[in-house]
Design a protein around this ligand. Structure first.
Ligand code: GAL
Length: 414
């Protein structure tokens, strides 16, 4: 009797295990761990589960994804790549060249991605003609976020030039308010730097400096002025800035401790997740200058064995570019859909501004890839630039020395 019960129990356990293993599987490496980010990635987990998939979460905390990319390298080197990875920009092609990415062209073709994605976004997702990544969104990096009542109480309008920004910051500082919420992490320094650079250099020279690595622009007078403005920015952050996470900086703007933050629109995801409303609690505006720095998040699938995992990759790729996911995810994430055929009526005024300026920028040549978020350059070059930006921000290095160091670092990285 005992034996029979045991046999029955173990065969039940076995069939439960078989059931649990059946169907599409995905282990997903990503760095979406802040409040707004977690809410956004949950949309994908839910859709995956609703379609019969089993999701194994592999979150690696750390804004900008530096820690996630280190974890990824360790996994791939040990021959145990995750099924799907949050990966973007030229890093996609770098991994493809290592021969470790799966080809997702059959999903892309069946779903007609070429018809629903702008050509410039599709180009980032292709490796030698085949589809090797699926885009989820378009984040804009060059935003200025502000606490609405702090600005109002201090008689300050959203600045439209860096001179106005400095004047507002001086006034706020005199009133005892931290002008700029910032986290001293290399990628956040780089984010502020590229936004200031776009404003001061203009779109054409931004492209020359951070896409073409043109030495004349990298060492020009306008680049000196960019570092001068960065020195000013350093004076507008509080003493506790080193190491602070970006979402904690956003929280400082929410609670009125600080007035402004310069950050991509994943910051809006934080405001929204905290129940704040654009135009009422917080303000968004394009940072001073003309242009649009884009940062497209995407997922690449790694070569893995097992039909359950491969099915998981196809399902995930299909869902990611699906119309419903692109809407719901981006409503939470703060970005706008990568697909061009998603209705925008549920999106807020910041998203509408982003969509219209993306269109106008693509017409006048000022739609540019973000260097700070890995869209413009390969890792060696963007890393070389960020090292200089951070070294300057965290010392009393002169702008002239920073420009000299920038020029050498870029030359040595090639
Ligand atoms: C960016 C990424 C965004 C957001 C941000 C902060 O690089 O594209 O989706 O997650 O980092 O973590």
């Amino acid at each position: 009797m005992k034996m029979t019960l045991f046999a029955a129990a173990s065969s039940l356990a076995l069939s439960a295990a078989t059931l649990a293993q059946a169907g599409p599987q995905a282990e997903v490496l990503h760095w979406w761990t802040s409040g707004g980010e977690a809410k956004s990635v949950a949309v994908l987990q839910e859709e995956f589960a609703a379609n019969g998939g089993t999701w194994t979460d592999m979150p690696v905390a750390g804004g900008g994804g530096d820690a996630a990319m280190t974890a990824l390298r360790a996994r791939v080197l040990s021959g145990n790549a995750p099924t799907a990875v949050q990966l973007k920009g030229p890093a996609i092609q770098e991994w493809y060249e290592e021969g470790v990415l799966a080809d997702i062209s059959s999903v892309a073709e069946a779903e007609g991605w070429d018809k629903v994605l702008p050509a410039s976004i599709a180009a980032h997702m292709k490796c030698e003609g085949q589809w090797c990544a699926a885009p989820v969104n378009v984040h804009r990096v060059d935003w200025l976020w502000a606490n609405a009542s702090v600005l109002e109480a201090n008689g300050i309008a959203m600045p439209t030039s860096w001179e106005e920004f400095n004047a507002a910051a001086d006034k706020l500082q005199a009133a005892g308010i931290i002008p700029l919420a910032h986290g001293g992490q290399a990628w956040q320094d780089a984010t502020v730097f590229e936004v200031v650079a776009l404003g001061i250099l203009g779109a054409e020279d931004f492209q020359k400096a951070f896409v073409e690595l043109d030495q004349d622009v990298l060492t020009g007078d306008k680049m000196v002025a960019v570092f001068d403005q960065m020195r000013k920015m350093r004076g507008y952050v509080d003493a506790n800035f080193p190491g602070r996470d970006w979402n904690l900086a956003t929280a400082m703007v929410m609670n009125g401790e600080a007035a402004f933050q310069i950050m991509g629109d994943w910051a809006k995801g934080e405001f929204l997740a905290a129940g704040k409303a654009p135009g009422e609690d917080f303000l968004c505006a394009s940072a001073p200058g003309n242009g649009f720095l884009y940062n497209v998040d995407s997922f690449a699938m790694f070569d893995v064995d097992g039909s359950d995992k491969q099915e998981g990759q196809s399902l995930l790729a299909k869902l990611i570019v699906g119309q419903n996911f692109q809407k719901v995810f981006n409503l939470n994430k703060g970005s706008i859909p990568a697909r061009t055929d998603v209705a925008m009526d549920e999106f807020d005024s910041c998203a509408h501004l982003s969509a219209s300026e993306m269109t106008s920028s693509s017409k006048d040549g000022s739609l540019l890839p973000s260097y700070a978020h890995g869209m413009a350059l390969r890792g060696a070059q963007s890393g070389a630039i960020t090292d200089v930006v951070t070294a300057h921000f965290n010392s009393d290095m002169s702008s002239a020395d920073a420009v000299k160091m920038l020029s050498e670092a870029v030359a040595n990285s090639l």
